[in-house]
Design a protein around this ligand. Structure first.
Ligand code: KIV
Ligand code: NA
Length: 274
């Protein structure tokens, strides 16, 4: 039985929650085997899987495909899927319909970017029985409106607005809130002010849990290397080396060897040669 939303809620104030993104079956299996609590099918897939410069072009069709693959790969972790840009902004019924599509694709919960301004949308989704994770602080889908890639909650006014948003999302019924690039002190205040877990990314050590993009953790994405993304491996150089070795073996005739090849029986070969 996979973890439930209730299991995640009960970890607040007792155990740190570990979340990582995944977008495909194999990676999902590995993350699950490592024992993470939640796997997030982030719309960061648009960047690390599809090569877009940002998450804005990501579609519902793409998110459903990634979600299906991740859901097939997990056993224990809760699967949360991002609602992509413009899949929930135009009306409550649009938001409910698209949240439902992600659930049918295999997600246990959905995540939406936005604060107090989308509390009614979130409430509508929760009301029909779909668990929602909030996402405030830096909101990649609307960077252009937010003066770009920037640390959030650096002034008293900005901090108070964020605390307000967190409280209104809690009231709307979210089971957790992602905090992206929020100053550590303000993350700590938010985490103490609400009863649902905060999941930080670039938001310091006092959140109730942490989330990272799996390509950052493994050292697979070279285009952007944010300060907050700890790289536990540098897999991209290992991968290039492995593929270079393969190429060298092919060009030198070292691959394939006998151990990678198949043979016909000797007698059959003799008959063939006659
Ligand atoms: O899309 C994503 O990967 C995310 C996390 C970084 C929070 O939203
Ligand atoms: Na996202």
């Amino acid at each position: 039985m996979p973890k439930s939303v209730r299991d995640i809620l009960s970890m607040k104030n007792s155990k740190k929650i570990t979340v990582i993104t995944a977008y495909d079956y194999t990676t999902s299996q590995l993350c699950d085997k490592a024992g993470v609590d939640m796997v997030l099918v982030g719309d960061s897939a648009g960047m690390v899987m599809l090569g877009y410069d940002n998450t804005i072009p990501v579609t519902m069709e793409q998110m459903c495909l990634f979600t299906e693959a991740v859901a097939r790969g997990r056993q224990n972790a809760l699967v949360v899927a991002d609602m992509p840009f413009m899949s929930y902004q135009s009306s409550k019924s649009q938001a409910i319909e698209n949240a439902g599509r992600l659930i049918k694709a295999g997600a246990d919960a959905v995540k939406l970017e936005g604060g107090v301004e989308i509390k009614d949308t979130i409430h509508a989704i929760v009301e029909i029985g779909i668990p929602v994770m909030g996402h405030i602080g830096f909101q990649p889908q609307t960077t252009t409106l937010q003066e770009g890639y920037k640390v959030q909650a650096k002034t008293k006014e900005a901090a108070m607005k964020l605390i307000d948003s967190a409280k209104s999302l809690e009231k709307a019924g979210v089971f957790s809130i992602a905090l992206e690039m929020v100053t550590s002190e303000v993350s700590e205040i938010i985490s103490r002010s609400i009863s649902v877990p905060t999941i930080g990314i670039g938001s310091g050590p006092d959140c109730d849990g942490q989330v990272l993009v799996v390509h950052d953790v493994l050292g697979l994405y070279e285009k952007i290397k944010p300060k907050f993304a700890k790289r536990y491996l540098e897999l991209s150089s290992d991968i290039v080396h492995a593929i270079e070795s393969y190429k060298n073996d092919v060009t030198s005739g070292k691959f394939p060897g006998a151990e990678h090849s198949f043979s016909i029986d000797k007698t059959e070969l003799e008959r063939l040669r006659k």
